[in-house]
Design a protein around this ligand. Structure first.
Ligand code: NAG
Ligand code: NAG
Ligand code: NAG
Ligand code: NAG
Length: 290
């Protein structure tokens, strides 16, 4: 967490210098749920009114929300935002790229799956283009060469360990829940904090993630993903460095395609909270537009 703390200190100093608004940061260990509860509950009397030092912003990763709620650490903000729901907003503060690296030499030579041709000048042809296509590529890989001992595909859908399965779930969720950019949120509605998960779109997310999980192999970090074991890797931008001449995946230098993650052909319509086919109006992804 040292790198993160340094970055936070730097960003805070810049914010203070530019805005003149003093900011104090208090860190607490996420594992100490009691401390989190105290941080949330501080300054609340038995009427539910704020009495003491308040927090203007709380920073945590989205997957912590469930744990915080289950420890009772989340309080009802209604008394504080009477008449103005827009006083509570969620702002993404960190971004981690998630890129699809496709092992074409392997897919072509072993699995007879070829890279789409660039038939439109200036336009990249992405493949697999949708989660369903990714599942079907991995099913073909598994059907051609699964390991008789483990029943797992010889060549996997690889994820660095630090990008835990949660990240795969979140990537699938984002492509389905969030069609108009990040500010829409994918887990909670940023204005009402209503979860976006109690609907048919979430069922679809779970189905896709479950199907993909059968093909997943994880590695300790991006540096040690061995691409010769992977049909496709979903990893951060740091994986790219392992392809350089002195690094472990150098044999794949110039051989892999890098592309955005697959899109979804069906998405959550936020006005009806139903899973609907992607359309030009609803999806910002050209690739998924029917
Ligand atoms: C506490 O909140 C209630 C209801 O919002 C309000 O009527 C009351 O005046 C508040 N008390 C204090 C001390 O601010
Ligand atoms: C490979 O795929 C192509 C087209 O998909 C097909 O025509 C060909 O027969 C396949 N080759 C083998 C060896 O399966
Ligand atoms: C992978 O292949 C094995 C062997 O053919 C099969 O038993 C298994 O069901 C396949 N897994 C998936 C998820 O398709
Ligand atoms: C989820 O949605 C169903 C049907 O709309 C509703 O009956 C149920 O109460 C909801 N559950 C929660 C936890 O919101």
């Amino acid at each position: 967490m040292t790198g993160y703390d340094t970055l936070l200190a730097l960003l805070t100093a810049q914010f203070i210098a530019n805005s003149g608004i003093a900011v104090t940061i208090q860190a607490t260990n996420y594992n100490l749920k009691v401390e989190w509860m105290a941080a949330f509950a501080k300054g609340k009397n038995n009427m539910g009114n704020s009495t003491g030092p308040d927090y203007d912003a709380l920073m945590f990763t989205s997957e912590m929300m469930g744990d915080l709620a289950s420890t009772g650490a989340l309080m009802d903000l209604q008394p504080f935002i009477k008449g103005d729901a827009k006083q509570v907003v969620g702002i993404p503060i960190l971004e981690g790229l998630f890129i699809m690296y496709t092992n074409w030499p392997l897919l072509t030579s072993v699995y007879n799956i070829s890279r789409p041709t660039l038939n439109q000048p200036g336009r990249l042809s992405f493949y697999p283009d949708t989660w369903q296509e990714l599942i079907s590529v991995m099913q073909r890989v598994n059907a051609t060469a699964s390991d008789p001992a483990t029943g797992l595909p010889r060549h996997a859908l690889c994820l660095p360990f630090k990008l835990r399965i949660t990240y795969l779930l979140q990537a699938v969720m984002a492509s389905i829940m969030q069609t108009q950019g990040f500010t829409q949120g994918f887990l909670y509605d940023p204005l009402t904090l209503e979860p976006l998960t109690n609907n048919t779109a979430m069922q679809q997310v779970m189905c896709i993630t479950m199907e993909l999980l059968s093909f997943v192999r994880t590695f300790e970090s991006a540096d040690v993903v061995d691409m010769s074991q992977c049909a496709i890797a979903l990893a951060g931008d740091d994986f790219f460095k392992s392809l350089s001449i002195t690094n472990s995946n150098r044999q794949f230098m110039g051989q892999l395609t890098m592309s955005p993650l697959p899109a979804s052909t069906e998405v959550l319509d936020r006005s009806t909270m139903q899973l609907v086919p992607c359309t030009q109006e609803l999806c910002n992804s050209q690739r998924a537009t029917q």
